[in-house]
Design a protein around this ligand. Structure first.
Ligand code: NAD
Length: 485
């Protein structure tokens, strides 16, 4: 197998880094790529290039600029298989998921924000003036400037393009830093940008880590005008401190400890299907995944048994096998973290009703980062396993007796990202969903996304919302123009 060299892309050129680091497969532990870590000087040059490119890019007509975005979307689609192989190699996620979610959404993000930029209206008001005449106010929106995009490893292309696309659509230039754990599809995106003729400096790629590496060089750079970040809450806090001296806008999509509430009147099979997905999709490594399940007491035992059966029957396997439902975690390091919670749950008194360990295959996958889909019951609500994000294929299930109790339990967290409510009583569905202290509440579904809707969370789950015109608000600065008529 050839070891790929993943380089930086600065001012329209691919560049070696100041050093390289190894990227290993989470499936079998094999070395798959060498990543060129950008030095401070390279980040500085990327920022300078982005500033040089900014006036020309911002001055393009919306039609021309969004044509570039559509070309990026087409470029991803043309190289669909390359993107798919790269994402699967980096993450080990099953082809059934990556081919339907990660790569198509990577392209769709560019199309959605091109469409939005083309059809935008403008905020305006007619204002009465003291002399009996009128004034016209309108909020003219200009690009924020040079935007730093720092993204995580769980949905690498999807979450990167979710920020790169609106930034470019609204006239900004970008430095992107993908997670060091999943550097491949960002490199392919730079290749697509290069091949489709995106002007030099508009989209730059710097590889590396957070502290004392490309991430920190970006967040402390005086000439980056805003940082948009997806990742862990603790990293968000570190980035907030780093950008504070420059008083820069930040958009943060952070962690979650999301609840699912299953009422006794729910369509039982649909709820079992939905919660199975929301707990185990992408090996539990979606910020929106459910880690706390609360079930109304009359159906509690039956629900626990049904979900446990689904966990035990889950097909864990090679990512490229179309029947595989669950692949490995993203790395051996992340598996150590998840296994530490498996051990902690036992110490905290959990009953392990499914999983709790490492599957054995008797082949190369034993060198990978697999864990069993796991279900706990019996923990106290103040247990660390109930309070802290694990980010693996695991949930705790507890019973509740009243709607008020269910709402209180779901909201008893410092996170505020997502919730799912399962009930056939739609009045209750609305009422409970509205009572959730989260950015996203689903009723009888999960992960159903319309890219125009506000996306993000509160508390430890983030600052601000992106999506549709919410992205417009982050990636532009308004100048209000007031004309006396
Ligand atoms: P992470 O915070 O470890 O890393 C994310 C990115 O930040 C990486 O590119 C990393 O190199 C960079 N980074 C780390 N420290 C930095 C620093 N000090 N300065 C600048 N950059 C730094 O997150 P992760 O482990 O890659 O991703 C998993 C986390 O992301 C989970 O907590 C998950 O809930 C969260 N997440 C949230 C959302 C959301 O939309 N709310 C979506 C996906 C993932």
């Amino acid at each position: 197998m050839t070891i790929r060299q993943l380089r930086n892309y600065i001012d329209g050129r691919f560049e070696d880094g100041i050093s390289t680091f190894d990227k290993f497969s989470p499936v079998d532990g094999q070395l798959i790529a060498q990543v060129h870590e950008a030095g401070r000087d390279q980040v500085n040059r990327a920022v300078a290039a982005a500033h040089r490119a900014l006036p020309g890019w911002a001055a393009l007509s919306v039609a021309t600029r969004t044509d570039h975005l559509l070309a990026l979307a087409d470029g991803i689609t043309r190289r669909f298989d390359d993107f798919l192989q790269a994402e699967i190699a980096d993450t080990g996620k099953p082809v059934s998921w990556a081919s339907k979610i990660d790569i198509p959404r990577g392209a769709a993000n560019f199309r959605a924000f091109a469409e939005l930029a083309r059809t935008l209206d403008m905020e305006s008001y007619m204002t009465d003036t003291p002399d009996g005449r009128q004034a016209l106010n309108y909020a003219y929106r200009k690009p924020l400037g040079v935007v730093g995009v720092i993204s995580p490893w769980n949905l690498p292309l999807l979450l990167l393009t979710w920020k790169v696309a609106p930034a470019l659509a609204f006239g900004n230039t970008v430095i992107m830093k993908p997670s060091e754990v999943t550097p491949s599809t960002a490199t392919l995106l730079a290749e697509v940008a290069d091949a489709t003729g995106l002007p030099a400096g508009v989209l730059n790629l710097t590889h590396g880590f957070g502290p004392n590496s490309a991430g920190e060089f970006m967040t402390t750079h005086p000439d980056i005008d805003g940082i948009t970040f997806t990742g862990e809450s603790a990293t968000g806090s570190a980035i907030m401190r780093a950008v504070a001296p420059g008083v820069k806008p930040v958009s943060f999509e952070l962690g979650g400890k999301n609840a699912a509430l299953v009422f006794a009147d729910a369509d039982f099979d649909a709820a079992v299907d939905g919660v199975t997905r929301s707990v185990f999709a992408n090996c539990g490594q979606v910020c929106l995944c459910t880690e706390r399940v609360y079930v109304e007491r009359p159906i509690y035992d039956r629900f626990v048994a049904a979900l446990a059966a689904r966990a035990r029957d889950m097909r864990i396997g090679w990512p490229m096998d179309p029947d595989t439902e669950m692949g490995p975690l993203v790395s051996r390091e992340h598996r150590e973290k998840v296994l530490s919670y498996f051990a902690l749950a036992r110490e905290e008194g959990a009953t392990v009703v499914a999983g709790g360990g490492i599957p054995e295959f008797g082949d190369a996958r034993d060198a990978g980062a697999y864990v069993q889909p796991t279900i706990w019951t019996g923990l106290k609500e103040d247990a660390r396993c109930i309070k802290e994000e694990v980010f693996g294929p695991v949930c705790h299930i507890a019973p509740f007796d009243t709607e008020e109790e269910a709402i209180r339990l779901a909201n008893d967290t410092r996170y505020g990202l997502a919730a799912a409510v399962w009930t056939q009583n739609l009045t209750r569905g609305h009422r409970v969903a509205q009572a959730m202290k989260v950015g996203l509440a689903w009723v009888n579904c999960w992960f159903l996304r319309d890219l125009r809707t506000p996306f993000g969370g509160s508390g430890l789950s983030g600052i601000g919302r992106e999506g549709g015109r919410h992205s417009l608000h982050f990636y532009t600065e308004p100048t209000n123009v007031c004309i006396k008529l």
